[in-house]
Structure formats: structure tokens, C-alpha cells
Design a binder for this molecule. Structure first.
Ligand code: NDP
Length: 448
């Protein structure tokens, strides 16, 4: 079966899973050349095997709201591949969660985790539960109920979930508590736990910091640096605020953050005090438009950040948030570097646009791998029952991000994807990640 045949059959089987199909096509478009070079990939049906999850666990979650009513949500865990390590990937709580979104995220996670160089397979899970309008007690009860259902399918050597949209350290800690309670064991079954009971220092910061470290390597490859650059960030969640914080610390000027309600623009740039205010405001679930009362700036309801002049864009909110029109607006406003902090924030047309314009583009599976990399470090700290310092983890994170950058750049060069002006990180990241997993599958023969 050719790679196109595989895509056709996926489209026929899963016509209602557009995000998953989008992710598969994106990877396929860049690994065809690798696939063609080694007949074993076709013989062992590597791409067919990698595009069908090992299994999907789907379940119902009953929980009780504050009024004593029984509420019902749907939950899933997509265990995509454990070819190179235990299944690993976040849990998302958001009303848009469905099988297509979790399959796209789990599929991306296979290659992302492989890129880190750590022994982690790919998975993703979540629920259509909406934490936004729930009380703290309701969130706690829901987290307990979620793990009560998922409990049998996870474990420190089997499947190690973490946080994602709607799931921060607080929710991970509730889930960890329920797992510990049911299993009578204290193991590192979830990552992103609170520091002091198994969580790693620098885990919360890792995805955003890592994206900026990746950016630093991109700039360095072009004899440039981040100092004095103007940066547009979207989102105001975990990834966004930490990307903004690190960019600021390294001398950049960050002028936007955003959320699902609109965009916050500060032409003077966010200081650490302002970023801390945003963190506190979001943690307390208060609106960002109150910013101007404290610091001035501009709140634009319903808008995205891509209408302002800048050098670098770091989209950190959600999938498909950047359309072709947004990408064009970025280009027209001077943006030349686009670094994906979120998973698949650029839709397929936006990716085509930035590549056609030879903008320097870092795909999420490479640029946002810092979070799962530090989760991997958390797993090893849990296994040996020793903690690393913040500085130690941060330093390791910088090394991992540099390695991911260099591996992606080298793979792109090896297969002839780079041009004079740019490194094709998208092709390079797909190829480097794919090769690691594909070689394991071939070594296993027919299993997995
Ligand atoms: P959070 O829940 O902490 O933050 C998400 C942010 O995105 C919020 O500000 C949210 O706004 C905003 N947002 C969500 N949907 C939309 C939308 N449709 N339009 C505009 N803004 C939106 O999530 P994270 O920061 O953890 O994750 C963000 C992205 O990064 C996701 O794609 C995630 O998969 C990816 N990622 C996260 C990692 C991690 O370690 N956390 C690791 C690797 C990738 P509001 O507050 O209004 O809902």
C-alpha cells in the first residue's frame, strides 16, 4: 500500500475525524521520501501501524454537581504507540474534546516524544467536561471520577498521563490522589504533580520555556538572537505565560497575550509583574479586560493577536487558531519566525502560507516538546526517588531543546528539504521522530 492509499483508507474510515486526518496528512507529506528510501517501511506496514492507535479506551464518567444532581460526561484515552516507551501524553478537559481531537494529539505525541530522545510512547486523553463554569468542589469530584474509570489502564510503566488544556497541576494532583488511593501504591503514574509530592520543578514552565529555547536555536542558526525582538503570543494559559516570561527574561518585548474572549495588547510590553497579574487573573478565573485598570494597554474583544507589528509569533492557545488569513496578517506585520507553542495551532493552509513565504516555522511537535521532556525527567525522578533542582532541570531542558533543534535540522538537511534561506523544521522533525519509532517497529517484527 502506498502512503496515499493509507491516507485514502483513513479518510474513508474516519470521515468525521478532520483533525486526525489533518495531522496524518501533514506527517505523510514530509516522510514520503523516507518511506520510499527503505522498502522495509512498506513491508512492515509501518505507516499503517502508526496511524491506527494500539487501542482507544472510552468510558462514561458519572459525577455529582454542587446541587446533588448526577452529571454525565464522556472520557477517552487514546493509547497510540508504546514502541519506544510507556504511553505518555496529556489529559484535556474541554467541551470540544472528541475522538478526532484526541487521535490527532496522540498521533503527534508519538513523534514529539520520540524527538525528546527519552523513552516515551505516544498517547492522549481527556473528556468533554468543561471546567470553566464549575466550582472547585465539582472539579475535584470530576477528577476523582475520571481516574476511577481510567485507573485500570494506566500505570508508571504502562501509561503515564499529564496535564493539557483545562488540566493544570491542581487537577493532576486530584487525579494522582485518586490513583494512589485505589492502588495503595505511591508511583509516578501521572506527571505534572505538585512539587513536594512527586512533581518536578520546572514542569509548569517547561513547555513555554522550551518553545523559547527552541526559538533561540533557530535564531542562532541564522546568526541572530532574541534580544530586542518584538514577540506576539496568543493564549494566556500555562504555555503562553511561560513563553512570554522566558522571552521577556531573554530580552525580547512581548506585546500580546490572548484568551478565548479576546486579545490583550500592551505596546510598552509585558513586564514580569504584568505577566504575574495575568497568571493570577486566569487562576482566579477573572477576565483579562480588567488589565487596563491596572496597567493601561488595550483589550480587543473577539480579536486574535496577529494584527500587530512584530518579529516573532508564538501561538500558544489551541489547534487551528491560525488560519491562512492570520498567517498573511503576520507576514504583512513583519513576523518572520512562527514557533508553535500549542499543538497544531496553524491550520493546513496557514502552514502552506508560511512555508511558501519562507518564514522560519517551528512545528509544535518540536517546539513544544519541552513539557513532555520534563515530564520524562519527572518520571525518572519518581523512579529513583530523588529530586533535581530547578536549575538542573532547566539546564537539561535547554540541552534537550537544542538536541531537538539540531536533530530536526540535520534530518531536513539529509533528505534535501532545506533551502539557502531556511531550515525546514517541519520535515526534519517528522523524519527524525518517525525514524526512531519506525525502526523500533521493524525490530519488533509484527507485534505493535
Ligand atoms: P491552558 O488551558 O492553560 O490555556 C489555554 C489557553 O488558550 C487559554 O488562555 C484559553 O483561553 C486559550 N484558548 C483555548 N481555546 C481557545 C480558542 N478557541 N481561541 C482562543 N483562545 C483559546 O492550556 P495550555 O497552555 O496547557 O495548552 C495550550 C496549548 O499547548 C494546547 O494546544 C496544548 O495541547 C499545548 N501543549 C500544552 C502543554 C503543556 O505542558 N501544558 C505541552 C505541549 C503542548 P480561556 O482561558 O479563555 O479558555
Amino acid at each position: 500500500m502506498s502512503m496515499q492509499d493509507v491516507i485514502n483508507s483513513i479518510e474513508q474510515r474516519y470521515p468525521h475525524q478532520p483533525e486526525f486526518i489533518q495531522a496524518v496528512k501533514e506527517v505523510a507529506s514530509t516522510i514520503q521520501v523516507v518511506y520510499d528510501r527503505d522498502p522495509n517501511f512498506a513491508k512492515y506496514k509501518v505507516f499503517e501501524r502508526l496511524t491506527e492507535p494500539d487501542r482507544i479506551i472510552s468510558f462514561r464518567i458519572n459525577w455529582e454537581d454542587d446541587e446533588g444532581n448526577i452529571q454525565i460526561n464522556r472520557g477517552w484515552r487514546v493509547q497510540f504507540s508504546n514502541a519506544i516507551g510507556p504511553y505518555k501524553g496529556g489529559i484535556r478537559f474541554h467541551p470540544t474534546v472528541n475522538e478526532s481531537i484526541l487521535k490527532f494529539l496522540g498521533f503527534e505525541q508519538i513523534f514529539k516524544n520520540a524527538l525528546t530522545g527519552l523513552p516515551m510512547g505516544g498517547a492522549k486523553g481527556g473528556s468533554d467536561f468543561n471546567p470553566e463554569d464549575k466550582s472547585d468542589n465539582e472539579i475535584r469530584r470530576f477528577c476523582y471520577a475520571f481516574i476511577r474509570e481510567l485507573y485500570h489502564y494506566i500505570g508508571q510503566d504502562m501509561d503515564v498521563p499529564a496535564g493539557d488544556i483545562g488540566v493544570s497541576g491542581k487537577e493532576v494532583s486530584y487525579m494522582f490522589a485518586m490513583y494512589k488511593n485505589l492502588s495503595h501504591e505511591y508511583t509516578g503514574v501521572l506527571t505534572g504533580k505538585g512539587v513536594g509530592f512527586g512533581g518536578s520543578l520546572c514542569r509548569s514552565e517547561a513547555t513555554g520555556y522550551g518553545a523559547v529555547y527552541f526559538l533561540q536555536n533557530m535564531l542562532k542558526a541564522r546568526n541572530d538572537n532574541i534580544e530586542g525582538k518584538t514577540v506576539l503570543v496568543s493564549g494566556a494559559g500555562n504555555v503562553a505565560v511561560h513563553a512570554a516570561e522566558k522571552a521577556l527574561a531573554l530580552g525580547a518585548k512581548v506585546i500580546t497575550l490572548s484568551d478565548s474572549k479576546g486579545t490583550l495588547y500592551d505596546e510598552l510590553g509585558f513586564t514580569q509583574e504584568k505577566i504575574d497579574w495575568v497568571k493570577q487573573q486566569k487562576a482566579a478565573r477573572r477576565p483579562l479586560f480588567e488589565y487596563h485598570r491596572e496597567f493601561g494597554g488595550l483589550w480587543i474583544p473577539g480579536a486574535k493577536p496577529w494584527q500587530f507589528d512584530g518579529d516573532i509569533a508564538i501561538p500558544c492557545a489551541t489547534q487551528n487558531e491560525v488560519t491562512e488569513e492570520d498567517a498573511r496578517s503576520m507576514f504583512e506585520h513583519g513576523i518572520r519566525y512562527v514557533v508553535e507553542g500549542a499543538n497544531m495551532p496553524l491550520d493546513a493552509d496557514a502552514i502552506d502560507y508560511v512555508r511558501a513565504k519562507k518564514m522560519h516555522y517551528a512545528p509544535g511537535k518540536a517546539a513544544n516538546a519541552g513539557g513532555v521532556a520534563v515530564s520524562g525527567l519527572e518520571m525518572s525522578q519518581n523512579s529513583v526517588r530523588q529530586y533535581r533542582t530547578f536549575e538542573d532541570v532547566d539546564q537539561q531542558l535547554q540541552i534537550i531543546m537544542r538536541n531537538i533543534h539540531d536533530d530536526a535540522a540535520a534530518a531536513a538537511a539529509e533528505y534535501g528539504f532545506n533551502c539557502d534561506e531556511c531550515i525546514d523544521y517541519m520535515s526534519g522533525a517528522n523524519i527524525a521522530g518517525y525514524n526512531r519509532v519506525a525502526n523500533a517497529l521493524i525490530a519488533y517484527g509484527i507485534l505493535n
